[in-house]
Structures are given as C-alpha cells and as structure tokens.
Design a protein around this ligand. Structure first.
Ligand SMILES: [Zn+2]
Length: 305
C-alpha cells in the first residue's frame, strides 16, 4: 500500500477539497490489461521500463538513442503517443504573484485562459530511469514535490529531471499527516525538508504541498510554511490514478489552469504498470481534451527580492 492510499478518511478544511480524499488513493479504477499497457510502452529500441540495467544503481544516464528535437512527432511515436499541442509562450504578466512575507496563498489551479494544465509529481518513491528518458524525449514540463526521506537514497535521480528544467518543491520530511501533529512538528516537517532540498538542489523550494492536502487551510500550517521559506501551498484539481484521472469537477473535464497531481510510482503501486505507462496514459487523457502542458513556474511570479 502506498502512502497516499491511507489518506482516504482524511478530513479537509473545505468542502471542495473533501472530494480529493477519495481521489488520491492508489487503487485506480478502470480497465487494465495488455491493450492499455501496449499503448504507452516504449518501442523496441528502448529497454523495458524498470528493467534492471547492468549498471545497477549507477547514476549514469540510460543508454538510449539521442533524444529527438522538441515537438518531434517521432519522439511521441517512440512512446506510442499523439503529440500534445505546443504550450503558448509563458505569460509576461504572471497570474500568480507571490509575496515575500505574510500568509501564503493556497491554490489548486491557476487563473488563465490558456488551454494548458500543469503537471505535478509527488513523493519520489519510484526512480525509473525510463522516465528520465521519456521526459528528455517529450520535453513535457513537470513540477516535483519531493519528500526528503523518500528521495534521500537517490537525490541524484531527481537532479537529472531538474537538469531538464523541472523545479523541485517541498513535500515534507517523512510524509506526515500534518493536521495530526503539533505545530512544532509541522514546522520541522517543512523546515527540515526545505533545508535538505535546498542543499541538494541548489535553490530553495518556492512551493509546498502537504501530504494528502491535509491541513492546507489551517493557520498552524500556514505559519509553518511562512517560517520555513516556501511562498505558497499548492493543491490540485485532478489526481492521476493508473489509467485515468479522478476529477473534482462533476463533468470530469479539464479546465484551463488546472493543476494535476501524479506520483513517482512503479509497478508495486500501479498494479504492474510502470511509471512511464502511467505517465503516458496521463498525457493521452490530456491530449484527448486538447490541452497543452505548461510549466507551472512560468505562471508564478516569485516575490521581489
Ligand atoms: Zn505525497
């Protein structure tokens, strides 16, 4: 069972977010089987996702063909995917403007009319080299919310994703359910992760996400985040399971500016599916609805120095 799977009974501060509780479990509904697996399996030139490599845990990049150019249909075809529309240029006037001090905002979508969504990937348990290859090929931006004790055995894996332009954010020390612990512990969960991630990734995480979204709207957590450095608390509108997303919107449709939650998960948590298969399914669901994927940080203005 994965960490988020235990969260289904979590109480949330707002009614709208209650729906999230059921949306973060590990057991994705829907079909499984060979057809959907084949949809996103890399083609024959590529090692199967998750296959053991002779290099073992070495951090050298996987031996893969050179990545095709951005937007290259061949890159998408390699992963048996239809290309997404290109994202529009980053807005000059950022819809989210963060402040240096004071209470941090809590948001689960970005106000924009661009037909884009933002992908966030949490925790860090699965460290599949094939996923680095996939993002290298497809150049789809993601934002990573990392939990220190889940990534500390291989910080380097996420540096490879960071090197592609993806940002690292704070998702606590050990994935505590924050509303159930004392304010001092909430603070150490945020601050100690902030210190470790800053040291490892060279820049202080700008954003924070509480595990399960729990406590996001409480003064205690807001105060902890303010003291530790992140400038916003980021939730989500959709949660990727194995083959499909769970939506908060009743019509089960993406909307411009939605933030989508996914996880670094592998076959143990995905009923045998790999990280790249899950992510391919996520991209297919987005493509079907005609959305592009934009970089969340391109829509956020960091506080003035
Ligand atoms: Zn998490």
């Amino acid at each position: 069972m994965n960490r988020h799977g235990r969260s289904r009974t979590t109480a949330y501060a707002t009614g709208a977010v209650v729906l999230l509780a059921a949306a973060t479990g590990c057991a994705g509904g829907g079909d499984s089987g060979a057809a959907s697996a084949a949809l996103v399996a890399p083609s024959s030139a590529t090692a199967p996702a998750g296959a053991a490599s002779p290099q073992g845990a070495a951090s050298a990049p996987p031996s893969a063909p050179p990545a095709p150019a951005a937007g290259d249909a061949a890159a998408w075809a390699k992963w048996h995917l239809t290309p997404l529309p290109p994202a529009p240029p980053a807005p000059a006037d950022k819809p989210v403007k963060l402040q240096r001090t004071g209470p941090v905002p809590v948001f689960s979508e970005v106000r924009t009319t661009d037909k884009v969504v933002f992908l966030t990937i949490d925790d860090g348990a699965e460290k599949d080299p094939a996923f680095v290859e996939m993002l290298t090929d497809l150049k789809v931006p993601v934002s990573m919310f990392l939990t220190r004790d889940i990534v500390k055995d291989d910080y380097g894996y996420f540096k490879r994703l960071q090197a592609l332009g993806n940002h690292v954010h704070n998702h606590t020390v050990d994935h505590a359910q924050l509303s159930r612990v004392a304010p001092e512990k909430q603070k150490s969960e945020v601050c100690d992760a902030q210190a470790a991630l800053t040291q490892q990734y060279g820049t202080p995480p700008l954003l924070f996400r509480p595990p399960y979204g729990d406590g996001a709207n409480t003064p205690a957590l807001n105060s902890a985040v303010q003291q530790c450095g992140p400038k916003a608390i980021v939730l989500w509108r959709e949660s990727m399971q194995i083959h499909d997303m769970q939506y908060q919107a009743a019509d089960k449709k993406l909307r411009p500016g939605d933030i989508v939650l996914a996880h670094f998960r592998g076959p143990k948590d995905l009923k045998g599916e790999t990280m790249t298969q899950m992510f391919g399914e996520l991209l297919a669901r987005i493509q079907e609805q005609g959305f592009a994927v934009a970089r969340l940080e391109d829509y956020i203005a960091a506080p003035p120095a």
